[in-house]
Design a binder for this molecule. Structure first.
Ligand SMILES: [Zn+2]
Length: 280
């Protein structure tokens, strides 16, 4: 039996909305999405980009298909079960109809349809430490991702704050058909990256497409997005000024592990929660 995408039951909404933690997550993703979608930030236009926030019971709230981040309201999000989507992703063999059926069946709250990019959010949200994922198409980042210099984004560390916020290494994946093939490919690449570096990537760059920021808190995902945009701008400038000069490996590794930089990471996290200054 197949379930049509329209069969999502609004009836489940009332049960979940009564849960204060769910209501807080919904309010948070609406706030976050409007912030990300603000045209002044130049991260997305029109219906570009999407956001997700982990909820309890192995689920996430994710932007629905076709919704606009800048004007997002509660009804522009759906809640889906991560494991149901990961089952599709790990298998990787489903066609468009299987994906539509699977997305509808995995939906636990909401009246709209999850987009196919929900699968990639599920991959990122399946990393235990990750709670918030922001997918955007920032102009400076895409300028590089759509150029011959895309590899330069992950070729080395340029400045200390980049390492503090984005980590020592980031992941760049080639252009792959969005939806199930892309999610399956990114899952494999994240597993490889994590085995190689002992930690998950905080940024996944998609060639000729955009970026994913993986945050342990929503404000961290915002900080990661902002620092990736800044890094892209610095790199574009360095490329036009004769080519980038990277921090050498010993210094870059030292910044990643020295106590005062670890403290600075903590201060950034506290600043996101309150008003602790986090300047360098
Ligand atoms: Zn996209």
């Amino acid at each position: 039996m197949t379930t049509s995408p329209e069969s999502t039951t609004p009836a489940s909404a009332s049960a979940t909305v009564g849960d204060p933690a769910f209501a807080a997550s919904l309010a948070e993703i609406v706030r976050l999405s409007r912030d990300v979608g603000d045209p002044a930030n130049d991260l997305v236009i029109l219906a570009e980009g999407n956001t997700s926030v982990r909820t309890s019971g192995g689920r996430m709230l994710v932007k629905a298909s076709g919704a606009n981040l800048a004007t997002a309201v509660d009804d522009d999000f759906v809640e889906v079960e991560l494991e149901a989507l990961m089952h599709l992703v790990r298998d990787g063999s489903g066609d468009d109809a299987d994906v539509a059926t699977g997305l509808a069946a995995a939906t636990t709250w909401g009246t709209k349809r999850p987009s196919v990019e929900s699968l990639l959010h599920a991959v990122c949200q399946s990393i235990p430490a990750v709670t918030t994922v922001i997918h955007t198409h920032p102009t400076p980042v895409n300028a590089l991702l759509c150029s011959r210099q895309a590899e330069a984004l992950v070729a080395g560390s340029l400045f200390p704050d980049q390492i503090v916020v984005l980590g020592r290494h980031q992941l760049l994946v080639p252009y792959v058909d969005p939806g199930l093939p892309l999610a399956h490919h990114v899952l494999t690449e994240i597993e490889r990256f994590t085995a190689e570096n002992g930690t998950h990537p905080r940024v996944v760059y998609l060639r000729n497409h955009g970026m994913f920021a993986l945050g342990t808190r929503s404000d961290e995902a915002v900080q990661i997005t902002a620092m990736a945009v800044k890094s892209a701008r610095v790199l574009l400038g360095a490329l036009s000024a004769g080519g980038p000069v990277h921090l050498d490996q010993a210094n870059a590794d030292r910044i990643d592990t020295r106590p005062d930089e670890l403290l600075r990471r903590r201060l950034l996290a506290e600043a996101a929660d309150g008003s602790t200054p986090a300047d360098h």
